[in-house]
Ligand binder design. Sequence first.
Ligand code: SF4
Length: 314
Amino acid sequence: MLQQTQVVTVIGYFERFLAAFPTVADLAAADEQQVLRLWEGLGYYRRARQLHAAAKVLVAEHGGVFPRDIQQIRALPGIGRYTAGAIASIAWDAREPILEANTIRVFSRLLGFRGDPARKDGQRLLWDFSASVLPTKQSGLFNQALMELGSEICYPRDPLCDRCPVGSLCPTKQQGLQAVIPPKRKTAYEDRHEAAVIVRRGNCVVLRRCAPHERWAGLWDFPRFPVTARRGDPLPEQLKTAAAELTGLAIAPGRHLTTIKHGVTRFRITLDCYEAKYTGGRLQRGGDVRWVEIDELESYPLSVTGRKLSRLLP
Ligand code: SF4
């Protein structure tokens, strides 16, 4: 949960998650929809699916007991070298290194490394350094201290070098290169225009489960698609075509409900949301597109914009 997410955001989710799944066996036996519902709003849903998958492997292959062998830990779904090192060192003081955003910055500066830490040679250098500085005892404490040093002192901008406990060892401080080590990576943002349609029939609306290759895979959403000038059709026509393609239903587009602006990874999305009436046709894609009573929407794991739209429904 804490990958890419702040502690203060995670606490409530963590408590609800553990209340629902107090043991790894409970999580392994859970329905994916319940897991995703409890994760809803936390983002990066791949983490939830992989945690669920890891719980199943732990029960099936390890008798429900977390392995101590680092290779077995790394073989679990969703666990890479950093997470394995963090678990093994923090949980039982194994002498395993870590490398994540904070330690990448601290190590790059302590080494005066001006290359790109994301490249293969940079990664090798920093992992080797991380392993070489590990003490023989209390590696977990040491690793946590390094991450704290990165998050509390060695800030990306304007690090507090005067308060740094390793300042006397730091060539970056001595040469005044804090602004260029590590080099800044520019995110190339892309604007997207999308539309969502709430297809209604009486007290029911159409929901569609996002496919495994799609954003929000496994979660449910109102039928949604990219609006493109290339199609050449006015938006109501695009709504009809997309609804037919995504659901198999014929619709009559209605009023514009709202516009939601939101970001997902590097995409800055403007989402125009419309009401529509069902006029004919039958649902396709087996159970992945369905009519859902408005009162039942609370029990479905929805995309973040899907949840916002569901709250607009009378
Ligand atoms: S001296 Fe400054 S740049 Fe060097 S590790 Fe400490 S806080 Fe970071």
